[in-house]
Ligand binder design. Structure first.
Ligand code: ATP
Ligand code: MG
Length: 581
């Protein structure tokens, strides 16, 4: 039993100064976590219980889907990450360190290299596969912006699993099994979530989906269709573009005098004045950025987007990763006429890419690469050819779904999980083969799957709180019932007895036996957020206690003699932690 008189807990009445989001504010105020340094938190007794409850649900479902748990060191030698290329690719995100002999190490941000190596050392035949291995492990990432308490830490707890198969069908099955396991996990955690298509990022690979917990404070933006079930991360979303046209059928390119047109609006006005009907969406804006690769190399990139949209740097970055996207100094790049850049006749040394909205055969008003001049009817596929098509333009509410054509809507969410088919990237790097059925070596194909265990605690708090405090879903609450003794009479003794009986009934009990003021007891019960609160107070004089539901705020009185049964029934009915769903 947790007794508040001795529990290592101190709740705070004031919000911590550095807390911008509700979960951070409340987890600190309710004494669940405490900050050590940016992105580094201590889990206090109640917080650790929630964290362990989340981890337990994750383990149970991973075991159920056939995963086997292992545990790697968090401290790893450089060599494996050198083999995969990620020692460099990770750039500043990686915590690197040296031992006393000068040998180099890292604190692992994720463990693909190690799992690949482990399987290679132990599996030699197709008969050893398929296998799914997982761990619940502390990860380290030197995040540029650690934020919002445990939502984005520099040290955090992750469940990571990896599947190993000899063929694509096997990988597909492992992927789908993970998807189902994740659905069960997030349901049991009481999280509202969406599954959205994602880009695979720096690990390569193909199919990739994220599990996002919708929350206004989330750092991820996702797009979903108002009519079909299409949903995608903004970085990965495909927006319906205009139909392709025959480039040869477009009118001839025409160069126009357009002095003093520093903005799209002034350009549109100048072009219209010359009898050409165009609006901002018919202009092609060419934005110059600098790509910086992890090895320090830089390269300018010119990005073409419709003139009524900005370049979405995060979206672009996700599609050029591991390169970073930085602002470029256009004046320093030979061959570019600032304000009048056009893709036609750009120097071949310059990489030019377009957003998918710039379809083949489309005709644009754009710069003429000459001071004071623009050109009309500049046609993709006739006057210029991009070196690649990359999602780069901002996506807007009301853009159309690529699947069904209905309007899209945009919302924010917290990434709580990620599943993706790595394919053979790591198996290639490490030479992971097994002998196939026909006696010939086959290259193994892999999947990689993560859940932010510590982040999930914050995501739950973010979705499940009110202005008075936390409201834990049953599956993760640090206790099943919060018994509060309020009053100077026999309340203490009765509460004590009821708490024991509840514990004997198999419930996890937190007992407020401090004998303080009712105001303090009630405020703390609200702040701590245990779903059921049993108040032994004034009504005891009439043989009654009060049963409160933290989420709805509703309460009812029950005779003392029936209190234990009433609580047990309520907890069981809504699924306690101890009971596997
Ligand atoms: P993000 O886009 O939020 O930085 P990521 O795509 O880098 O996350 P993955 O490498 O896919 O994350 O890691 C798997 C899971 O680990 C994520 O889905 C997320 O829930 C969690 N996670 C990642 N970074 C952090 C962090 N800094 N703090 C807490 N949890 C994290
Ligand atoms: Mg991810």
């Amino acid at each position: 039993m947790l007794r508040m008189s001795t529990l290592f807990l101190r709740t705070l009445r004031e919000d911590p100064a550095d807390a911008e989001v509700p979960s951070h504010r409340l987890l600190v105020r309710a004494g669940y976590v405490r900050r050590v340094a940016p992105g580094m938190y201590t889990w206090l007794p109640l917080g650790l219980k929630v964290l362990e409850n989340v981890a337990r649900v994750v383990r149970e479902e991973m075991d159920r889907m056939g995963g086997q748990e292992v545990l790697f060191p968090a401290l790893l030698p450089r060599e494996h990450y050198e083999t995969s290329g990620r020692w460099t690719e990770y750039g500043d995100l990686l915590f690197r360190l040296k031992d006393r002999k000068g040998a180099e190490y890292l604190l692992a941000p994720t463990h693909e290299e190690m799992f690949t190596t482990l399987v290679k050392s132990q599996c030699s035949s197709y008969k050893d596969l398929p296998v799914v291995l997982y761990q619940v492990q502390t990860k380290y990432r030197d995040e540029a912006r650690p934020r919002a308490g445990v939502l984005r830490g520099r040290e955090f707890l992750m469940k990571d699993s990896y599947s190993f198969d000899v063929d694509d069908e096997g990988l597909q099955t492992a992927y789908e099994d993970h998807r189902v396991a994740y659905q069960r996990i997030f349901e049991r955690l009481g999280l509202d979530y969406r599954i959205v298509s994602a880009v695979s990022g720096m690990m390569g690979g193909s199919a990739s989906e994220e599990f996002l917990a919708p929350a206004p404070t989330g750092e991820d933006t996702f797009v979903s269709c108002t009519s079909c079930d299409y949903a995608a991360n903004t970085e990965a979303v495909e927006v319906r573009a205009a139909a392709e046209q025959d480039p040869a059928a477009q009118p001839a390119l025409q160069v126009l005098d357009t002095p003093d047109t520093p903005t799209i609006a002034t350009l549109v006005e100048a072009v219209r004045a010359q009898g050409i009907d165009v609006d901002a969406s018919g202009t092609l804006k060419n934005v110059v950025v600098l790509l910086r690769y992890p090895d320090g190399r830089t390269e300018p990139l010119v990005v073409g987007v419709p003139g009524d949209r900005e370049v979405d740097v995060k979206r672009l970055e996700a599609n050029v990763t591991p390169a970073e996207v930085l602002p470029a100094d256009v004046d320093a790049i030979p061959g570019l006429v600032k304000g009048y850049i056009g893709p036609q006749g750009l120097s071949a040394d310059l990489r030019y890419v377009v957003d998918p909205l710039v379809v083949r055969g489309s005709a644009w008003v754009t710069g003429a690469n000459e001071q004071g001049k623009h050109a009309a009817n500049v046609v993709r596929g006739r006057d210029f050819e991009p070196s690649a098509v990359l999602p780069a333009a901002e996506v807007r509410e009301g853009d159309l779904c690529s699947r069904c054509g209905s309007p899209l809507t945009i919302a924010r969410g917290i990434e709580i999980g990620h599943i993706f088919q790595l394919g053979r990237t790591f198996a290639d790097a490490f030479g992971l083969d097994v002998l196939g059925r026909d006696g010939k070596p086959v290259r193994v194909t892999m999947g990689s799957y993560g859940i932010g265990v510590s982040r999930a605690v914050a995501a739950i708090a973010e979705q499940s709180h009110d202005d008075k405090g936390l409201v834990w879903p049953r599956g993760v609450a640090p206790a099943d019932v919060h018994v509060a003794a309020v009053g100077k009479g026999e309340q203490g003794a009765v509460a004590e007895r009821l708490a024991h009986e509840l514990e004997q009934g198999g419930l996890r009990v937190l007992l407020d036996d401090r004998g303080g003021s009712p105001g303090v007891a009630f405020k703390d019960a609200e702040l701590l957020g245990i779903p059921t609160v049993l108040v032994v107070g004034k009504a005891l004089a009439d043989g009654l206690v009060e049963l409160r539901d933290r989420r709805s705020g509703s309460s009812r009185t029950v005779p003392v003699a029936e209190a234990v049964q009433a609580v047990v029934t309520e907890v069981r009915a809504t699924g306690s932690v101890g009971v596997t769903a």
